[in-house]
Design a protein around this ligand. Structure first.
Ligand code: K1U
Ligand code: ZN
Length: 170
């Protein structure tokens, strides 16, 4: 088990645009295992590789954590093929933006493609929390945080709070 530290904002590494994975090999499978360990250790439901400092287009997610059961899913090189005009609002949080939660509006339904751990192309339709979480994690791959969807004032307040708590920890 390898738990890797999660980078928190404002850290310029979170602004990186992640690169596509060229081959799903043992190195990527080890990255996915480390990401899952790190996500569970931080009590998260999702994680993008860039959050542990690896700017590759890899996401892990587990929306079904009940009674200590673990069912992590990996999404490699995910791409949104279609997004609904209908929008949905969910309260979002982020392991890289600790202690800040706010409502974000995103397309309610998406169709996406990705590679699984065997390198097979998979297509899925998602709504509800899966659609929200996938879009949130795919934003990370573009260097975008959920606070970037908030008003300028709310984002500035969030960054101020994060900078202050980082200074107190230093
Ligand atoms: O940091 C991340 O990208 C993961 C993030 C995923 C997410 C959560 C909510 C809406 C959209 C995306 C998290 O896992 S934040 C932590 C979290 O969701 C949680 C933590 C403790 C209890 C319940 C939920
Ligand atoms: Zn996040």
């Amino acid at each position: 088990m390898t738990v890797r530290p999660i980078i928190t904002a404002p850290d310029p590494r979170l602004k990186a645009v992640s690169s596509a994975v060229e081959k799903v090999d043992s190195e990527i499978r080890k990255l996915v295992a480390d990401m899952s360990d790190s996500m569970y250790a931080a009590d998260g439901i999702g994680l993008a590789a860039v959050q542990i400092g690896v700017a590759k287009r890899v996401i892990v997610m587990d929306l079904d954590q009940k009674d200590g059961k673990k069912n992590p899913r990996a999404f490699i090189n995910p791409k949104i093929l279609w997004a609904s005009d209908e929008m949905a609002t969910f309260e979002e949080g982020c392991l890289s933006v600790p202690e800040i939660w706010d409502d974000v509006e995103r397309p309610a339904r998406i169709r996406a493609e990705y590679l699984d751990l065997d390198g097979n192309r998979v297509e899925l339709e998602a709504d509800g929390m899966l659609a929200t979480c996938l879009q949130h994690e795919m934003d990370h791959l573009q260097g975008v945080l959920f606070i970037d969807h908030l008003s300028r004032l709310k984002r500035a307040m969030a960054i101020k709070k994060l900078t202050k708590s980082k200074k107190q920890l230093a």
